[in-house]
Design a protein around this ligand. Structure first.
Ligand code: 5RP
Length: 224
């Protein structure tokens, strides 16, 4: 099976976690996009969605699926999203698609986080994938120095084919931190959250995934 077929398989399996008549939180990225396409087939069963990025909102609306502003919503039954890395305990690195801050906000309002990923995302220790950190642009340099002091190699994310900083949906910039061996994800999440100028860190450990659907060659494996 190709990586896309594995992503499609977990996207299909995630439909079992959709709660009828409720609002569903929807993540960002290629796996989330496959999920949106599956959700479109059962859109009449749900009240609507909250999107974790402008790109996801556009894809949902393109399918005729209602998208609510989070400020109009008190609780979300389930949040379904991909990950860049995930451990058996449900701690994740996210933000490869630059949507980490909104993903974290929508997940925080959701009763359950269902992670959907192809099997290559399962790791023993987080950190091979560079850790994304969203920052206020004026704080970029000071935050980069502090991330370097934590033992990482921070690098500003740029627009494809350009030296210009990539700008998120929130007007922030992304620093990708390579070289971290994250033995204690909760402690590192707390420490990076405490750096002034950081908007959010792509470590989802304090509130990780409740369920992970992993696409493997022999089928979808469920970790919970
Ligand atoms: C976006 C994310 C994505 O969930 C993560 O990058 C995985 O993406 P994909 O499903 O394309 O592999 O965190 O900010």
């Amino acid at each position: 099976m190709t990586q896309d077929e594995l992503k499609q398989a977990v996207a299909r399996a995630a439909i079992d976690y959709v709660v009828d008549g409720e609002i569903i939180g929807v993540g960002t990225g290629s796996t989330a996009n496959f999920f949106i396409d599956e959700l479109a087939k059962i859109k009449d069963r749900i009240k609507g969605t909250v999107a974790s990025s402008e790109a996801t909102a556009a894809r949902l609306r393109g399918h005729g699926i209602p998208v609510f502003d989070l400020n109009e919503v008190e609780s979300i039954a389930v949040y379904i999203d991909g990950a860049d890395e995930i451990t058996e305990q449900g701690a994740m690195i996210k933000g490869g698609g630059a949507a980490l801050t909104r993903e974290k906000i929508v997940a925080s309002v959701s009763k359950r986080f269902v992670c959907i990923a192809d099997g290559s995302k399962l790791v023993g220790t987080l950190g091979k994938f560079p850790l994304p950190v969203e920052v206020i642009p004026m704080a970029r340099a000071v935050v980069m120095r502090k991330l370097a002091a934590l033992g990482g190699q921070p690098r500003l994310r740029t627009k494809a084919g350009s030296d210009e900083a990539f700008i998120t949906d929130n007007g922030g910039e992304i620093i990708d931190v390579a070289g971290l061996q994250i033995a204690d994800p909760v402690a590192l999440e707390t420490e990076i959250n405490g750096i002034v100028g950081v908007i959010a860190v792509g470590l989802f450990a304090k509130q990780g995934a409740n369920v992970c659907l992993l696409g493997m060659a022999d089928g979808v494996k469920t970790l919970s």
